[in-house]
Design a protein around this ligand. Sequence first.
Ligand code: PLP
Length: 225
Amino acid sequence: MSIAENIEKVRNDIKEACVRSGRNYDDITILGVTKTVGADDIMCAVNEGICDLGENRVQEFMDKYGKIPNVKWHIIGHLQTNKVKYIIGKTKLIHSVDSLKLAEEIEKLSKKANVTTDILIEVNISGEETKSGISKEEILPLLEKLDEFSFVKVKGFMTMAPKFASEDEIRQIFRNLYKIFVDISRKKYNNISMEYLSMGMSSDYVIAVEEGANIVRIGSKIFKQ
Ligand SMILES: *Cc1c(COP(=O)(O)O)cnc(C)c1O
């Protein structure tokens, strides 16, 4: 199947999942994950209307940034503090903020560049040890601190399901984070708004949409031909 056909399939799956779960298809952003994908293939996806792109490594992001016009870039992979300087002012959203220290560095460099940087907090719902992301219990204390920030704006949460989890387990994880997302959105913060819930990849985006995701991060299902 071509990239265009892959995208059509993904869109149809998401539309059907929206119908099943009473959601609005227009509320959902398909983020094209372009790691290891070359510029020509990326342009195919962009031409099909995939305008939000995600990279998980800073080096690869820098190689591609500027080569693909009219797109919004997202950083979705684990971000080291010493790499923040390369991405400030270039991202629509950083999905993978998982420590106060990293947020402080983003705050500091955003202030210096006089830009605001929108971030998501990466949460590790399953408690799986190999995964990055903070635990459920760490969410509120971290948000209390980030609410004091000026140049970093928290816009929601991101999570990844464990690789070998069953469909039921994955659904529970997504459902759990959606609940927290809704709870937090009812609290009064100055600097925190729950706009984005980034859950679901090629193998589990249908479940993620059914359970409330409004950004799905899809790589192989779009770019594998
Ligand atoms: C690679 C990656 C994805 C996309 O994975 P696919 O299974 O290829 O869709 C999504 N999120 C993150 C954080 C990734 O690193």
